[in-house]
Design a protein around this ligand. Sequence first.
Ligand SMILES: [Ca+2]
Ligand SMILES: [Ca+2]
Ligand SMILES: [Ca+2]
Length: 242
Amino acid sequence: MFRCIRTPHFLGASLALLVFSTAALAQTFLGPTPYLSKNDSPFLASINAGTTFLETFESGALTTPGVTPSAGAVFGPSSITDSVDADDGTIDGSGTAGHSFFSANGAAGITFTFSAATLGHLPTQAGIVWTDGAGTTLFEAFGPGGVPIGQIGPVAIADGTFNGTTAEDRFFGVTNPAGISSIRISNTAGGIEVDHLQYGIFGAAPPPAVIDVPTLSETALMLLALLTAAFAWRALVKRRGI
Ligand SMILES: [Ca+2]
Ligand SMILES: [Ca+2]
Ligand SMILES: [Ca+2]
């Protein structure tokens, strides 16, 4: 009788573990979402906690560790600079007074490659804000060994101007418990401008926090319920004289 009670529970626990394991191994893509300041980042909590790097380029250089761009350079304030809006101190529809990261070949795009050797582990979440370019925009992500793990787009988000307008700016990101070796952002025409590179939560994925294993009290309650049912059945049988 005991085995009959427990088997469904263990079956349920196994199924729960299987579902959890599948979910834990899956990558998740985030965006494109409007982005005017770091407060619009889905990684804000870990940025503020110091477990995710945020590079705003406002120092005039890419200074966060363990990342290498395939092309481009920091672009300082000018009439055509397209920084994230808040970086100049005011969210006012313009990013011209901030710093961005620009490459002249939007079609080739910019690949940011992360160094597990420098960082201690590949990041498990990464994102970039696309701020300017032309044509359609594509975000791609790669797991350990450079294996593609998916993409967002192509999406038509460019507003057709290159004077620092910020309503078009969009966040693209990915999370992958197994690690992210690089992200690539590109657009089909013109140059490409990005900002707020962010990556972090290093280290192995956390172990499953909750697994549905029956506790002693649950088992005891089940036994009690079955004993009660057995006594009730016995009483019924006696009363009916079966
Ligand atoms: Ca601004
Ligand atoms: Ca900036
Ligand atoms: Ca823009």
